[in-house]
Each structure stands twice: as structure tokens, then as C-alpha cells.
Design a protein around this ligand. Structure first.
Ligand SMILES: CC(C)(COP(=O)(O)OP(=O)(O)OC[C@H]1O[C@@H](n2cnc3c(N)ncnc32)[C@H](O)[C@@H]1OP(=O)(O)O)[C@@H](O)C(=O)NCCC(=O)NCCS
Length: 167
């Protein structure tokens, strides 16, 4: 397994294939395609196994509604491990390497509760951060401070790039 912190433009078809094969709808593949083409991805990391892309994680910028902060907060996702490689600890190690690599103040994400709650993420509401206006997705919304106190004084609705809301 090889961690790749610099997925280049040529990795597009590999990423697209991985996302289409492992998410139930095309939403994630289309989302990443738009974010890549509009150069809105902050970072993208890959996991390769014998020339095949088996893991992917992308980060994009988020804002807190009505707040002008100097803190750099990234939204993690989508993240995926290919089905044939899941539940073998690869996701955990990949995420650790990825989070070690990025240099930001905090990370938020909407995702798999059992997985992320074991990787050091806390329910975002504990920091006063919300995903949306309604409560339907709040239990799957997580946050992590990259240094203690990074999210102090930061609360409210987290806003992703517009394309995240086009379902
Ligand atoms: C979520 C995902 C990234 C986890 O990757 P993974 O390589 O399977 O995870 P790991 O093997 O490192 O799991 C670490 C721990 O997380 C938990 N976990 C992972 N997947 C889980 C699942 N499907 N159900 C319950 N717990 C899970 C377990 O505690 C696991 O430890 P264990 O296997 O010893 O019980 C992967 O399953 C995936 O890509 N799923 C499809 C896409 C997706 O849902 N992405 C997340 C939303 S952006």
C-alpha cells in the first residue's frame, strides 16, 4: 500500500471509478469532478495497491455562517476505501496519514458514524457547529481540532462549497 499525498490531474479517471464503484449514487463522483475541475479542492490524497487506486480522500474549504475567521477549516470528504479492501484497517491508517499530512486548524465532515467516531472526531455539535438548518444529518456531522482550542469561539452553521447542496 502506498500513501500518495499528491494526486495529479491524470488520476481523475481512477478517482472517478473508485467513487462510482463504492457509493450507491453518482453524487460523490460528480461532486469530486466539479470540485477538481473548478480547482476548489484544498488537498487530495490517494492509497495505491499494485497500481490500483484503492483509497481516496478529498478536502475542500468550509466557512462558518456569518463569521469572519482566520482559522483554516477544511471539510473532509468524500473518503472511500475500495470494497475489497474494507474492514482491514486500511481506512484507519489512510485517514491517520492524511490528517498528519495536512496543515489546518480544524476538520469537519459528514460521514460514517462508527468509523469516524473511532478516529478522534467528536460530534460537531459539541463545538457548537451544525451542518444545516434541520436536524436530520447532525448525528453524522463530526469535527476535529488539529490543536486544542482551535474551534473555541467558533460556532454556527458550517457552509460547504455550493456544489455539496446540489443533490
Ligand atoms: C467508511 C470507510 C472509509 C472505512 O474504511 P475501512 O478501511 O473499511 O475501515 P477500517 O477497516 O480501517 O475500520 C476501522 C474501524 O472503523 C469501524 N468501522 C469501519 N467500517 C465500519 C462499518 N461498515 N460498520 C461499523 N464499523 C465500521 C470499525 O470499528 C473498524 O474497526 P474493526 O474493523 O476492527 O471493527 C469504508 O468502509 C468506505 O469507504 N465505505 C464506503 C464509502 C463511505 O461510506 N465513506 C464515508 C463517507 S465520506
Amino acid at each position: 500500500m502506498r500513501f500518495d499525498p499528491h494526486l495529479d490531474a491524470e488520476s481523475g479517471p481512477n478517482i472517478d471509478h473508485l467513487l462510482r464503484a463504492n457509493f450507491p449514487t453518482e453524487f460523490e463522483a460528480n461532486l469530486v469532478d466539479i470540485l477538481r475541475k473548478s480547482r476548489r479542492m484544498c488537498a487530495e490524497h490517494g492509497l495505491w495497491d499494485k497500481g490500483a487506486l484503492v483509497g481516496y480522500v478529498g478536502y475542500s474549504p468550509v466557512r462558518i455562517e456569518g463569521m469572519d475567521t482566520k482559522r483554516q477549516i477544511w471539510g473532509l470528504g468524500p473518503m472511500v476505501i475500495d470494497a475489497g479492501h474494507q474492514r482491514q484497517g486500511h481506512g484507519k491508517h489512510f485517514l491517520e496519514e492524511s490528517l498528519d499530512y495536512i496543515e489546518v486548524d480544524a476538520v469537519v465532515l459528514l460521514g460514517h458514524v462508527e468509523f469516524y467516531s473511532r478516529q478522534g472526531f467528536r460530534p460537531a455539535i459539541e463545538f457548537g457547529l451544525r451542518y444545516g438548518e434541520d436536524d436530520t444529518r447532525e448525528s453524522a456531522f463530526f469535527a476535529m481540532e488539529c490543536w486544542k482550542g482551535a474551534l473555541e469561539g467558533h460556532s454556527g452553521r458550517v457552509l460547504y462549497e455550493d456544489v455539496f447542496y446540489r443533490e
